[in-house]
Design a protein around this ligand. Structure first.
Ligand code: ADP
Ligand code: MG
Length: 244
């Protein structure tokens, strides 16, 4: 069993190459129960590759990943504790939304606890008879968000959950993240939105060219800059606090 003090997610020395290109260059990261970590960095810096490596969609070349005490290299049991919201979701186009949820519920016989809260609050029922291929971008994203939480995981990996989403759904998802953090879940959330990071996260991890350049409490980052806004604070932190 996990003690709350043990990291729910532990990544060490993670390296990933796509051909000659090194997308991750030795990433170390730990996230504890009840912690929300914002993962930020420019496009192409390796955020999605890191998340996909943890989920098991990308095979790292080196390094280790432990999730709730399971080594990700030993079987796939660890995936049961993971909730994943991809940046771009691919679904079977001709299935309906309702069929997708039923299918995944069938496949997840191990699961005894379901969390339908986002399904209801994001009003997915209102389009559950639609085929997945016919959904608008926002509807697709709501499906992905509801699925990430649906099997009551203890570690959630959300890849740009609010990008391009309407404000009401965005607030609904943020409230859900906060509520589940209170229940001790661990979050790694990719975002380009300083507002989302400031509102949700305790810690900020900033990646650049496949390396973590900042891993610090948001307060500490904000404290080094007088600007009061996050992006200038990150830039200033990189210049003044990070050893090269
Ligand atoms: P981010 O999510 O931070 O925008 P990604 O992790 O998606 O970045 O990508 C990191 C780098 O790896 C980029 O240069 C991207 O082009 C490259 N990359 C990502 N996926 C693949 C892939 N399947 N094959 C080759 N290169 C890839
Ligand atoms: Mg990405």
């Amino acid at each position: 069993m996990n003690q709350p003090s043990l990291p729910l997610l532990k990544v060490a020395g993670l390296t990933k190459r796509y051909g000659k290109y090194e997308a991750l260059r030795g990433v170390d990261l730990e996230i504890n129960a009840g912690e929300i970590v914002a993962l930020m960095g420019p496009n192409g810096s390796g955020k999605s590759t890191l998340i996909k490596s943890i989920v098991g969609l990308v095979y790292p070349d080196r390094g280790s990943i432990q999730i709730a005490g399971h080594d990700a290299r030993n079987g796939t049991v660890y995936r049961r504790v993971l909730g994943y919201m991809p940046q771009v979701a691919r679904y079977p186009e001709t299935l309906t939304v309702g069929e997708l949820f039923r299918l995944l519920t069938e496949l997840r016989r191990d699961c005894t606890e379901y969390d339908r809260e986002l399904y209801d609050e994001l009003r997915i029922e209102s389009f559950e008879h639609k085929q997945l291929g016919m959904l608008s971008g926002g509807q697709r994203q709501r499906v992905s968000a509801a699925l990430a939480f649906y099997f009551a995981p203890s570690v959630l990996l959300l890849d740009e959950p609010t990008a391009g989403l309407d404000p009401v759904s965005t607030e609904t998802i943020k409230a859900k993240i906060r509520a589940e953090q209170q229940r001790g879940k661990a979050f790694l959330i990719t975002t380009h939105s300083p507002q989302d990071a400031m509102e949700l996260a305790h810690r900020l991890v900033y990646v650049y060219e496949g390396k973590i350049r900042i891993d610090a409490p948001l307060e500490a980052i904000m404290a080094v800059s007088a600007s009061g806004s996050l992006m200038p604070a990150i830039a200033w932190y990189l210049q003044t606090q990070v050893e090269r």
